[in-house]
Ligand binder design. Structure first.
Ligand SMILES: Cc1ncc(COP(=O)(O)O)c(C=O)c1O
Length: 463
């Protein structure tokens, strides 16, 4: 005789004793569940789904920090319940934000006392910095009795999408300098034809998302200085140092890209990239106080004190500001330098592994100033492409190494790119090199990906 089937109420009773009910039921996904669940059930439900996400430490597409020290995590955990914008209630957090701004201004060689803002990331910092440039341009034009209806912004095709976003959201004409087949950054000769009296600024990149190289910021500065002296056209420059702002000062301290250059009026940097903090934190630093358009600052009388804000967001956590300060005081100059040199060394090792297998060309050379990453493309035509290699590598070993095409007019160039961060040790770079080689060997044997697999391959750079 077979055992009697359990009734629904018996199952419910046993579930609560031995399991969790989502082992047998679909998860809430369309509306708030009628009743709640225990804290443990909620935690397990989320935890079980998260295993389907990628492992952040194998994500070599992202520039964003995937590991922090346990002591930093403790600082973060202990401040998760404070709202950063409540300056009156949390004045020490506000003071620590200001210390970070002063340290960054100093690192970027600001000529004197200045100001800046803590943001959610470089995107918010760029929106705010570019708004200030637009406001300042309008003031100059109004003072000269000239029209203010056709502002434009000049930048290369190598910028992050946020620059086009700014132009669309805030009604500025984007003047985008296209890339060329062998030229993946821009210089003065590229921007000169596009600059005129309606140019609110030129935006240049220190460490592009595509290959990790920098625009010719010195050359662009020289051009803008000569336009100022020869034609009376005072066009400022903003440097998008989202990734490079924490790399160049330590790896290439003598390279001039920051406030040492006359026309550089503002700089953004992502604390959550090479600032080594978890997302999200970014910074906007002005050369001088007067570079921040005063009209963009809001003064409120809040709990009896006047408070000034210059942000697109309002409420946000304090944790990452404190974590940034933790890193600044924990690492100091020598610590950041050690971390950057280590990443660069491991990137070189990986580049050598990849080059030595004889199937790839490395984009750039050892002498280039570059973010700690390896950008590479297939040499020759083996019968499969970079998208196939990326997908095969992910399928075999779980590495997330993106493949993508470059922006116009270099869109025919396909590139793979591996970020080399602190969690990619020497041993792992060697392993990754041989895993790439094995993925190629598999593709040699079976040919490229099937069309249905190809459609699933991610085609952007990762951020
Ligand atoms: C050059 C550059 N600018 C801006 C951004 C946007 O930065 P965030 O993600 O901090 O908003 C990125 C992100 O990858 C970037 O690489």
């Amino acid at each position: 005789m077979s055992a009697p089937e359990l009734t629904a109420s018996q199952i419910a009773h046993l579930e609560s004793r031995y399991g969790n009910r989502f082992l047998l039921q679909p998860v809430p996904d369309n509306e708030l569940p009628k009743g709640g669940m225990t804290a443990e059930e909620a935690m397990r439900l989320i935890g079980e789904e998260m295993v389907l996400d990628g492992l952040p430490m194998r994500n070599l597409a992202t520039f964003v920090t995937t590991w922090m020290e346990p002591e930093a995590v403790r600082v973060i955990q202990e401040s998760l319940h404070t709202n950063f914008i409540d300056h009156a209630e949390y004045p020490r957090t506000a003071e620590i934000e200001q210390r970070c701004i002063r340290m960054l201004a100093n690192l970027f060689n600001a000529p004197g006392e200045t100001t800046g803002a803590r943001t959610q990331g470089s995107s918010e910092a760029i929106m705010l910095g570019a708004l200030s440039l637009k406001w300042k341009w309008r003031q100059r034009r109004e003072a000269a009795g000239k029209s203010t209806d056709r502002p434009n912004l000049v930048f290369g095709g190598d910028v992050h999408v946020v620059w086009e976003k700014f132009c669309r959201y805030f009604d500025v004409e984007p003047r985008i300098v296209p890339l060329a087949p062998e030229k993946y950054t821009i210089g003065p000769e590229d921007i000169e034809p596009h600059v005129d009296e309606n140019t609110i600024a030129v935006a240049a990149v220190l460490g592009t998302t595509f290959t990790g190289h920098a625009d010719d910021i010195r050359g662009i500065n020289d051009l803008l200085v000569s336009l100022k002296h020869e034609k009376g056209l005072d066009v400022p420059m903003h440097v998008d140092a989202a990734s490079g702002g924490f790399v160049w000062p330590f790896l290439y301290p003598h390279s001039r890209w920051d406030f040492r250059l006359e026309q550089v009026r503002s700089i953004n940097v992502s604390g959550h990239k090479f600032g080594l903090v978890y997302p999200g934190i970014g910074w906007l630093i002005f050369r001088e106080r007067s570079d921040l358009a005063e009209d963009l600052v809001f003064y409120e009388n809040y709990l009896g004190k006047t408070d000034a804000t210059f942000t697109l967001n309002f409420s946000t956590g304090s944790a990452m500001v404190l974590a940034q300060y933790y890193n600044f005081i924990r690492f100091g100059h020598s610590g950041y330098r050690f971390v950057m040199e280590t990443m660069k060394y491991n990137a070189r090792t990986l580049a050598k592994e990849i080059a030595d297998c004889g199937r790839f060309d490395i984009v750039g050379s050892e002498d280039d100033e570059q973010l700690p990453l390896v950008a590479f493309k297939l040499s020759g035509e083996p019968g499969y492409d970079e998208f196939d290699v990326a997908a095969q590598l992910a399928a075999e070993r779980g590495w997330m190494v993106p493949a993508y095409t470059l922006p116009p007019n270099a869109e025919h160039v396909k590139i793979m790119r591996a970020l080399v961060k602190l969690t990619l040790s020497h041993a792992l770079t060697i392993t990754l090199g041989s895993d790439i080689l094995e993925a190629c060997a598999t593709l040699d044997a079976k040919g490229g990906l099937h069309e249905s697999d190809r459609r699933r391959v991610k085609r952007n750079t990762g951020f």
